[in-house]
Design a protein around this ligand. Structure first.
Ligand code: ASP
Length: 314
C-alpha cells in the first residue's frame, strides 16, 4: 500500500484550465512509480522515495520544480524521510541546488553521521555525494512567481492602510509526501516542500521536522501538509502515530482528531496522509482540497483533489 499527497492548499478558483488534469496525471504517475518498487519486493522506503521524486519533478506541486518563492525570489527547499522499521531518519532545510531534495534526505540518512543539515552545507554534502545539482532557475515556475508578486503587493497594501497583516491563507501552501507499507509489513514516510510563499528570515516549517511533518514507526506512518507552524506546535505526525501505538486509537480517529480538532482549535489548517501496519489509510483535511491518492496490491491508482470528492476505500 502506498498513499501520497501533493499539498492541502488546492482551491478550485486557483486552478488554471488543464492544470487540475495535469496534476491528477502526475499523482497517478507517482503512485505507479512507488508501486513498481513495492511490487519488485523493495522496502517501503524505496516506494516513498520514488513517488516523491516524481512529484518533485512535476511543476504542479510546491516541492522542488514548482516550489513557492521566499520573499527575496529564491526557492528554499525542505525535506525529510523516516524508515519505520529502523527509526532511521534524514532531513534537510533551506537547500537551493539539489534537484531532488528527497534524495538528499535519504542520503543524509544513509551516508552521514547526522540526521539533519541546512542551507549551503546541505547543498555541499549533496554535491560531495554525487547527487544531481541544478541552477536555482530550474525550480522557477511562472505561477509561483506571480503568487509571490501578489503576496508582496497584498502585504504593501495592508501596511499602507495601517492594518494588521492577514494570516497566511490556504493558497500559501502545497508540499508533497508519501507513506508506504511493504510486503514485509514495514512502513516509511517522507515529505518535500518549498515551504510558505513569501517566507522570510530563514523560516522553516514542519516538513523537514521529524515528528511534525514526517513520522514512521512499526505501526503507523504520516506525512503532513498545511500551515507548518501549527504542525510543529502539536508534533502532528508523531502525535497521530503515538495515539495509534500507545493509546490503541484507530488510525482514522487519531488522524481526524489531530487535523480536524487540535490544529484548527489553535488556528491552523491543512491535512495529512496516514497509513497503519494493517494497510488502513486516512486522508483527513480541513481545507477545500488536497491532492491525494493511493495504490494497493492490484496496482490501480486512485486519485482525488477536492475535499468533497470521494476516494474509494482500499
Ligand atoms: N507544511 C509546509 C510548511 O509549512 C507547507 C505546505 O504544506 O505546503 O512549510
Amino acid at each position: 500500500m502506498l498513499a501520497i499527497h501533493g499539498g492541502a492548499g488546492v482551491e478550485r478558483a486557483g486552478l488554471m484550465p488543464g492544470e487540475e488534469a495535469a496534476a491528477r496525471e502526475a499523482l497517478a504517475a507517482a503512485l505507479l512509480a512507488g508501486h513498481a518498487q513495492l511490487e519488485a519486493g523493495k522496502p517501503a522506503l524505496e516506494a516513498v522515495t520514488a513517488a516523491i521524486a516524481v512529484l518533485e519533478d512535476a511543476p504542479h506541486f510546491n516541492a522542488a520544480r514548482g516550489a513557492v518563492f521566499n520573499h527575496f525570489g529564491r526557492n528554499e527547499l525542505d525535506t525529510s524521510i523516516m524508515d519505520g522499521a529502523t527509526s532511521r531518519v534524514g532531513a534537510a532545510a533551506g537547500v537551493s541546488r539539489v534537484k531532488n531534495p528527497i534524495l538528499l534526505a535519504r542520503t543524509i540518512m544513509e551516508k552521514s553521521r547526522y540526521v539533519m543539515m541546512i542551507g549551503e552545507g546541505a547543498d555541499t554534502f549533496a554535491k560531495d555525494q554525487g547527487l544531481e545539482l541544478v541552477e536555482p532557475s530550474y525550480f522557477h515556475t511562472e505561477k509561483r512567481w506571480r503568487a509571490l508578486q501578489k503576496a508582496i503587493k497584498a502585504e504593501a497594501d495592508v501596511q499602507a492602510r495601517n492594518e494588521t497583516l492577514e494570516l497566511p491563507g490556504k493558497a500559501y501552501f502545497g508540499t508533497v509526501g508519501a507513506v508506504a507499507l511493504d510486503a514485509q509489513g514495514h512502513l516509511a514516510a517522507g515529505t518535500s516542500t518549498g515551504g510558505m510563499n513569501n517566507k522570510r528570515y530563514g523560516r522553516v516549517g514542519d516538513s523537514p521536522i521529524i515528528g511534525a511533518g514526517t513520522w514512521a514507526d512499526d505501526r503507523c506512518a504520516v506525512s503532513s501538509t498545511g500551515w507548518g507552524e501549527y504542525y510543529i506546535r502539536v508534533g502532528a505526525a508523531h502525535e497521530i502515530c503515538a495515539r495509534v501505538r500507545l493509546a490503541g486509537d484507530s488510525l482514522a480517529h487519531a488522524s481526524e482528531d489531530v487535523i480536524n480538532r487540535r490544529i484548527p482549535k489553535l488556528g491552523g489548517n491543512g491535512g495529512v496522509i496516514a497509513l497503519d501496519a494493517a494497510g488502513n489509510v486516512a486522508f483527513p483535511i480541513n481545507t477545500e482540497g488536497m491532492y491525494r491518492g493511493w495504490i494497493g496490491e492490484d496496482g490501480v491508482p486512485h486519485v482525488a483533489v477536492y475535499a468533497d470528492e470521494p476516494l474509494p476505500k482500499p
